[in-house]
Write a protein that binds this ligand. Structure first.
Ligand code: AMP
Length: 515
C-alpha cells in the first residue's frame, strides 16, 4: 500500500478517555501510549494556579480538589462555558477539550516528532455547533484539523480494516449491513452502516449526546448514597469532596460488576465510613431505564435505515460501556445474534480516525484512495419562518435528517419591499416544527443586494452540508448570475481573536505545566 510521507494521526477525543493513534510503517493503525505509559488518557483537566495538569493525575485530584477539575467537558461542548467554575474561573468547554488535545500532542511528539495534521472524531449525533467547537479545540491545540469524522463510522472503518475489507482483494461487492452501537463515557451513538467493498456508507444515525457510562456511575452513586443515609449518616453527595471520592469508588465498582456478580464501595463522609455491597442485579435494575433509552434509539435507527434485524450481518460493540453485560444481553435478545466485540472497544475509534487521515493525506499527495466513506446528517436543518396564522416561529425543514451527504438544500425567499438591501436568515437544527424547540445554529445575513431590486424579488439560499456534517451557506440571485458565500454568525462559540488568544495561551504552557 502506498502511504503518505508525514505522520498520519487520528484522535478519539472522548468524554471520559481520549486516545491518539497513528498509521505505522506497515500501514496499520496503532495507539500511541501517553507520557504515563497508558493507551488511554483520562479526559480530565486540573487547573492548579498557573499549572494545568491533564489525564490520570487530574482524575485522581477529583477526590481532593474537585473544584479545580474539569471532567466530562465534552458534554458541555456547544455551551458558552463549562458548567462549573474551575479554580474560580470560567472556561469555554472547547478550551478544556483543547487542553486535552494538547496533552495528547505533546506526548505523541516526544515519540514521533512534530506533526500538525490530524483527524478528530465526534459523536455522530453531534450537531453543527458542537462540530464547529471541536474543530476549534483542534485549532487551539495547535493542530491543522484535516477533518472530523463520526465515531461509529471510524469504528466501522477500523473493523473493516481488521476484517481485511480494505485490502485490494478483500472487499466483497455484496453489501454487508452492520449496526454500530457505541456507548462511551458520556455519549451514545448508533449508526447503521452498509459496507460495499471498500465503501463505507452510513444509512442512518441516531443518538443521545448526554447518555453514557457516566450516567450509570451516577446511578451507582445514588444507590450507595441512599444506603449510606439509610444507615443514619449524612448524605455524601452534599459535599464535593465526599461525592468525588464516592464517584471514583462507584466507577471502579461498575467495572467490577461487568466481571463479577457483586462489588463493594467504601463511602466516607463526615467521619463515618461504611462498606456497601451492591449486586449486579441491583445495579441493572437501577439503570434499566438508561439501557431502554439506548434500545429505543437503536430500533429507531434501524427503522430509519429501512432495515430489519435480520438484514444485519453484525452488531458491532464500541465504547467502554458496552462491556456491561446488560448491554450485550439486551442486544442479543433484540437482534437474535451474538454482538461482535472484535474491535478494541477503546481504541477502534482512534484507529478509524487515523485510517481516515491516511485517506485524506494520500489524496492530497495524489495517491489512490484505499476506501470511501459516505455519511448522513444526524439532525434536520431548517430556517425559521413566521406562521402567518399563529405568528409562531416555525422550523421550515430544508434538509431532513439521515440525508446522504454532501447535499445542497435550497429555499426561495423574496424581498419584502423595493430597494431592500439585506435579508436576515435564522438557521436551526432539529426535528421539532417549532423553531424554539430546535438548536439555533446561527444567523446569516445577505447584505449588499443590488440597490434597485423591486419588491418580491426572488433570492435563493443554498445550504450545503459537507460530508463531515459542517454547513456552508450560499446565496444566489437566480435572475442574475450573482452568488455570495455568506458566513454564518454562530450563536455560541469563540470568535477568531479569542481562538487565537487561547491558542497562544495553550501553546505557551510549558510541557511541565501541561503534563
Ligand atoms: P470510552 O469513552 O469509550 O472510553 O468509554 C468510557 C466509559 O466506559 C466509561 O464510562 C467507563 O467507566 C466505561 N467502562 C470502561 N470499562 C468498563 C467495564 N469493564 N465495565 C463497565 N464500564 C466500563
Amino acid at each position: 500500500m502506498t502511504r503518505p510521507s508525514i505522520p498520519v494521526i487520528g484522535i478519539d477525543l472522548g468524554t471520559t478517555f481520549s486516545a491518539l493513534a497513528r498509521i505505522d510503517d506497515h500501514g496499520r493503525p496503532i495507539t500511541l501510549v501517553n507520557a504515563e505509559g497508558d493507551l488511554l488518557t483520562p479526559s480530565a483537566v486540573l487547573f492548579d494556579g498557573e499549572d494545568v495538569v491533564v489525564g490520570k493525575e487530574a482524575l485522581k485530584a477529583i477526590a481532593t480538589e474537585a473544584d479545580r477539575v474539569a471532567e466530562c467537558s465534552k458534554r458541555d461542548v456547544g455551551h458558552r462555558v463549562y458548567h462549573k467554575l474551575l479554580d474560580g474561573k470560567q472556561y469555554p468547554p472547547e478550551v478544556i477539550e483543547a487542553l486535552i488535545l494538547n496533552k495528547l500532542r505533546i506526548d505523541a511528539v516526544k515519540q514521533i516528532g512534530p506533526f500538525t495534521k490530524v483527524v478528530i472524531t465526534v459523536p455522530a449525533y453531534f450537531d453543527e455547533v458542537r462540530r464547529k467547537a471541536t474543530q476549534d479545540s483542534g485549532y487551539m491545540a495547535g493542530f491543522e484539523v484535516l477533518d472530523i469524522i463520526n465515531e461509529p463510522t471510524a469504528a466501522a472503518v477500523s473493523f473493516g480494516f481488521q476484517q481485511g475489507y480494505l485490502d485490494k482483494e478483500g472487499g466483497s461487492p455484496a453489501p454487508r449491513n452492520i449496526l454500530v452501537y457505541d456507548l462511551g463515557g458520556g455519549t451514545f451513538d448508533v449508526t447503521v452502516m452498509q459496507i460495499r467493498g471498500t465503501e463505507f456508507n452510513a444509512l442512518a444515525t441516531d443518538g443521545d449526546v448526554r447518555l453514557g457510562g457516566y450516567d450509570w456511575d451516577q446511578r451507582l452513586v445514588d444507590l450507595a448514597a441512599e444506603r449510606f443515609t439509610g444507615l443514619g449518616h449524612a448524605d455524601p453527595r452534599e459535599d464535593p469532596l465526599s461525592a468525588g471520592k464516592l464517584w471514583r469508588e462507584c466507577e471502579d465498582a461498575k467495572r467490577t460488576l461487568s466481571a463479577r456478580r457483586k462489588a463493594s464501595v467504601v463511602c466516607h463522609h463526615r467521619g463515618a465510613s461504611e462498606r456497601i455491597e451492591i449486586t449486579r442485579q441491583q445495579f441493572e435494575e437501577a439503570t434499566q431505564d438508561l439501557l431502554d433509552r439506548t434500545r429505543f434509539t437503536a430500533v429507531q435507527a434501524l427503522r430509519a435505515a429501512g432495515l430489519q434485524w435480520n438484514d444485519l450481518e453484525r452488531v458491532l460493540l464500541v465504547g467502554g460501556s458496552t462491556r456491561m453485560p446488560m448491554v450485550r444481553d439486551m442486544l442479543r435478545r433484540l437482534s437474535g445474534m451474538e454482538p461482535d466485540d472484535s474491535v478494541a472497544a477503546d481504541e477502534a475509534v482512534a484507529h478509524g480516525a487515523a485510517l481516515h487521515a491516511s485517506l485524506i493525506l494520500a489524496h492530497q499527495e495524489g495517491l489512490p484512495p484505499m476506501f470511501k466513506i459516505r455519511n448522513v446528517n444526524s439532525h434536520s436543518l431548517g430556517v425559521v419562518g413566521l406562521d402567518p396564522l399563529t405568528g409562531r416561529r416555525r422550523n421550515g425543514i430544508l434538509i431532513p435528517r439521515n440525508t446522504r451527504l454532501p447535499v445542497t438544500g435550497k429555499r426561495a425567499f423574496k424581498t419584502q419591499k423595493a430597494g431592500q438591501r439585506s435579508i436576515r436568515i435564522e438557521i436551526v437544527e432539529g426535528e421539532s416544527p417549532s423553531a424554539d424547540d430546535c438548536t439555533p445554529i446561527g444567523r446569516c445575513s445577505v447584505r449588499n443586494l443590488p440597490p434597485d431590486l423591486p419588491a418580491q424579488y426572488p433570492i435563493e439560499i443554498l445550504f450545503h452540508y459537507k460530508p463531515n456534517g459542517r454547513l456552508k451557506v450560499r446565496v444566489t440571485l437566480p435572475e442574475t448570475d450573482r452568488r455570495v458565500d455568506t458566513e454564518i454568525v454562530r450563536e455560541t462559540g469563540l470568535d477568531k481573536d479569542r481562538l487565537d488568544g487561547w491558542r497562544k495561551y495553550i501553546r505557551g504552557l510549558s510541557p511541565t505545566d501541561q503534563r
